[in-house]
Design a protein around this ligand. Structure first.
Ligand SMILES: C[S@@+](CC[C@H](N)C(=O)[O-])C[C@H]1O[C@@H](n2cnc3c(N)ncnc32)[C@H](O)[C@@H]1O
Ligand SMILES: [Zn+2]
Length: 267
């Protein structure tokens, strides 16, 4: 793996024993779980950035129920079709999707700003290079990646353009307009549809849209699943506490998750 970039001087990092080091002598040890922390203090804005350990744990529990497997399969199908060799997953969380994506590429890097997420992720798949880092300074060299993926995560456009090779791909997954409608209906008096097209508008000057597809996953959730889902989405914070509590007390909820996938090509 020769793609990691020193976050201090931006030179190439090389792994020797359990230390990533650049020519200038900046060095970053692998943690015992096997990830490397490249989130240097110069780029840090908060003590515990990214998702909280609680929301990471809730997402891990929810995803392990297989509810979002249809999305994971759709993402795998795209990789099989386009066959990129180097992949950077931005905001990889605890690695549910990248675990599956890794099997379809040669070099796979997952980066997330939340250390607790990467700590869990690193235990799942030693074939992935796991990095604690920030989307604001992606931890890989210029023009090194054939695909960047961002599933429900930030899309740092200038950085994605920097690290993608010519004609490189960018996969964006974001809630489709009707995502979890039946759940949001219980939380809000007025449910506003998600607006995934805004990402196309944001990226269209530098990327060509190759594919756009919606994947639906009808779910039957039990009480614990509902609670986990609420803890991992931003909806609950915006809802009235009594509405959230009522939803958390439901024995069962039928709801459809709806995902928008966009595959872009760097122009
Ligand atoms: C909604 S979660 C999605 C996680 C994962 N892709 C998934 O779908 O399971 C968004 C993730 O982006 C991470 N994140 C937020 N801001 C970030 C940043 N500036 N750089 C890198 N990761 C960031 C969060 O810590 C969180 O794990
Ligand atoms: Zn350096």
């Amino acid at each position: 793996m020769q793609w990691l970039m020193c976050p201090v001087c931006r030179e190439q990092l090389e792994l020797n024993a359990r230390t990533w080091r650049c020519q200038q002598g900046h060095s970053f040890d692998l943690a015992k779980q096997g990830y490397v922390n490249l989130h240097v203090v110069q780029h840090k804005h908060s003590k515990q950035p990214g998702d909280t350990p609680e929301s990471v744990a809730a997402r891990r529990a929810f995803l392990s129920g297989g509810f979002y497997a249809p999305l994971r399969q759709a993402v795998e199908a795209l990789l099989q079709q386009y066959q990129p060799k180097t992949l950077l997953d931005i905001g990889c969380g605890e690695g549910y999707y990248i675990q599956a994506m890794q099997a379809h590429v040669v070099d796979c890097i997952g980066v997330d700003i939340a250390k607790s997420a990467v700590q869990h992720a690193a235990k799942t798949n030693p074939e992935v290079t796991w990095v604690v880092g920030t989307g604001a300074v992606l931890p890989v060299l210029d023009q090194s990646m054939e695909i960047c993926t961002s599933l429900f995560s930030p899309i740092p456009k200038p950085e994605i353009l920097r690290v993608l090779k010519q004609n490189g791909l960018c996969l964006v997954v974001t809630p489709a307009p009707q995502h979890l409608y039946a759940l949001r209906e219980q939380l809000f008096d007025e449910v506003r549809p998600h607006e995934p097209e805004k990402f196309v508008a944001q990226l269209s000057d530098a990327f060509e849209l190759l594919e756009s597809k919606v994947v639906d996953a009808p779910l039957v959730l039990q009480q614990q699943d509902i609670q986990n889902l609420l803890a991992m989405t931003p909806y609950a914070y915006k809802a009235k506490p009594e509405k959230r509590q009522a939803l958390e007390q439901l024995a069962q909820l039928d709801v459809t998750a709806s995902f928008q996938l966009y595959l872009f090509k760097k122009m």
